[in-house]
Design a protein around this ligand. Sequence first.
Ligand SMILES: [Zn+2]
Length: 147
Amino acid sequence: MIKGNAGELKKKVIPVEENLFTMPSMTEGETRLIGSKCNFCGAVFFPKRAICGKCYRDGMEEVTLSRTGKVTTWTVIRMKSQGYKGEMPYVMGEVELPEGVVVRTQFRGIDPDNPAIKIGDSVEVMLEKIYEDNEGNDVVCYQFKPV
Ligand SMILES: [Zn+2]
């Protein structure tokens, strides 16, 4: 364990799952979702996969996806699902990226009680702390916010 100046244990920022998105350092770099592109038919998938879901061939290349996309559907979630550790209520939906891939996501920066969001809005990917693990580390996941 690394000790900080204040003598407190230094927190780590860890991804909720490996290989979903790039982890920039806190001061530089940008978060991007990691997908895969088929070398045969060009179809793009997120999360990344080993075999193409369109032509079923084995020849996928890892690609980082565009940071912005358009909202294709959204809803407000008021019922806590089992295992969910984040804030309630929240806004959830889908975003289509220019690569043609649709990403299911939680939205940030939108008030669930007065949601100013509509289909076709531009949104941008970001990282957000979703909970603290047992060691006090910040567990982060991708979310999208209005541009
Ligand atoms: Zn394919």
